[in-house]
Design a binder for this molecule. Structure first.
Ligand code: UGA
Length: 441
């Protein structure tokens, strides 16, 4: 089967490489010349474990190619996936759909008859129908099949998530039609998954679009709930780890996404909660839970910055804070909406000297942080002479450090761990003052 994937970004690259590994012939369209050159040379311009190796392997096998020109590969394709960005439009919570609609118009210009057009980007409810409208009004001479196939990949685990999904959601124009062309083609494409058939979940296009947003918004809400319970534990003497373990053993709740942290970030939860809240407001059914989640998450990052300043003794003009972790979570170089981007400027504004280290995200963070922050070679270098050590990302290499590594390099004895990577006791017994989340100090 020949597939064209429009967009050589995160979703397009992972989906394209994995579909090639399933045996499809995949051409990824990337408009940016510099990025295209990188990809053609087998270099992946983002950090995702295993992706570069998979892409190289599929390129060598002749199943994966990159090009700028949509027309030639599209002519021979049975399906085209739209995997372009849908960022938040400035000044509003709306998803910017201009790239999606531009892709639809390009497809219309070069499509063969009987093409299946699949939206893979995260798009607000109603977008799939709009794509269908663009295609059919531009090219009434052709037959198009339309589907929505949102992705549920987590950064840092994307290949595994694609190869072994909990479910594959497929929205069809006419879900009642059990033997449609779109359904047959997508079943064939995902056949190598070896997941039980019922993991391919067919539904209407609107439901598929909403499923993606609802899942992300629910998870964002779950994390925010854990963060609020952590605050309550701190105020009342409970311990969040015990509370979430007790809650999570109830299968109706489940243990995942109940670890408190400095607030959720990334390119998905913040953008998708905003977009869902906006769609709901427009539809006249505002989602109060999501709106509150968004506000609570924003407030949390600022409140934690204030708490750090208070822990440091309020006057922090001659105070050095070593910061471990900048990315919004471990195993990614993604800095988008990371708590560090809110917390560090506030600490800097209060006068602290900041020395930061992240194994992957320093290049991405540099232009977004105050210019006189210094960047360390490694975690121990960041800690040298510091008054406080602040953990913002749960990288395993930080968790592997012990008090014996850190104590000789630091000047002060204060650890603020907002990712629960260490045990409080291990530090307290060697004289450190250790502040985590979700228990009374
Ligand atoms: C998220 C979803 O998990 C994926 O299913 C989805 O496909 C993806 O968005 C997307 O829409 O493309 P991702 O943004 O990679 O994936 O990150 P998550 O692993 O979900 O973490 C999101 C945020 O929540 C991070 O800031 C993380 O630190 C935080 N988090 C997560 C917590 O603070 N506590 C938890 O227990 C779990």
């Amino acid at each position: 089967m020949h597939i064209t994937m429009i967009g050589g970004g995160y979703v397009g690259l992972v989906s394209g490489a994995c579909l090639a590994a399933f045996g499809a012939n995949v051409t990824i369209i990337e408009r940016d010349t510099q990025r295209l050159d990188c990809l053609q040379a087998g270099q992946v311009p983002l950090y995702e474990p295993g992706l570069e190796a998979l892409i190289t392997q599929q390129q060598q096998a002749g199943r994966l190619t990159f090009t700028q020109d949509l027309a030639p590969p599209l002519r021979d394709s049975q399906a085209v996936f739209i995997a372009v960005g849908t960022p938040t439009r400035r000044g509003s919570g709306h998803a910017d759909l201009s790239y999606v609609y531009a892709a639809a118009r390009m497809i219309a210009a070069h499509a063969p008859d009987n093409l299946l057009v699949v939206t893979k980007s995260t798009v607000p409810v109603g977008t799939g129908r709009q794509v269908a409208h663009i295609l059919r009004t531009t090219r009434p001479d052709l037959t198009f099949h339309i589907a929505s196939n949102p992705e549920f990949l987590r950064e840092g685990h994307a290949i595994n998530d694609f190869m072994q999904p909990d479910r594959v959601i497929i929205g069809l124009e006419d879900e009642a039609q059990t033997a449609s062309h779109a359904r047959t083609l997508l079943e064939a494409l995902y056949a190598p998954l070896h997941t039980p058939q019922n993991r391919l979940i067919f539904m209407g296009i609107e439901s598929a679009e909403l499923t993606k947003y609802a899942a992300n918004a629910f998870l964002a809400m779950k994390v925010t709930f854990a963060n609020e319970m952590a605050d309550l534990c701190e105020a009342t003497g409970g311990h969040i780890a015990d509370v979430t373990r007790g809650m999570g053993l109830d299968p109706r709740i489940g243990p995942a996404f109940l670890t408190p942290g400095p607030g959720y970030g990334g390119s998905c939860f913040p953008k998708d909660t905003q977009a869902l809240a906006t769609s709901a407001r427009q539809a006249g059914t505002p989602t109060q839970l999501i709106e509150t989640t968004i506000a609570a998450n924003e407030a949390r990052k600022r409140r934690l910055a204030e708490r750090i300043i208070a822990l440091a003794g309020h006057n922090i003009t001659h105070y050095t804070i070593a910061v471990l972790g900048l990315s919004f979570k471990a195993h990614t170089d993604d800095i988008r909406q990371a708590p560090a981007l809110t917390i560090l400027p506030l600490l800097h504004e209060a006068g602290a000297t900041l020395r930061v280290y992240d194994p992957q995200a320093m290049n991405a963070a540099r232009p977004l942080l105050p210019h006189d922050i210094s960047y360390a070679r490694n975690a121990l270098h960041a800690a040298e002479g510091a008054d406080m050590l602040l953990i913002l990302t749960e990288w395993p290499e930080f968790a592997a450090l012990s008090p014996a590594d850190i104590a000789p390099t630091m000047k002060g004895r204060l650890i603020v761990d907002y990712r629960q990577i260490w045990q409080q006791n291990d530090w307290q017994k060697v004289g450190f003052n250790y502040h985590g989340l979700g228990y009374k100090i």
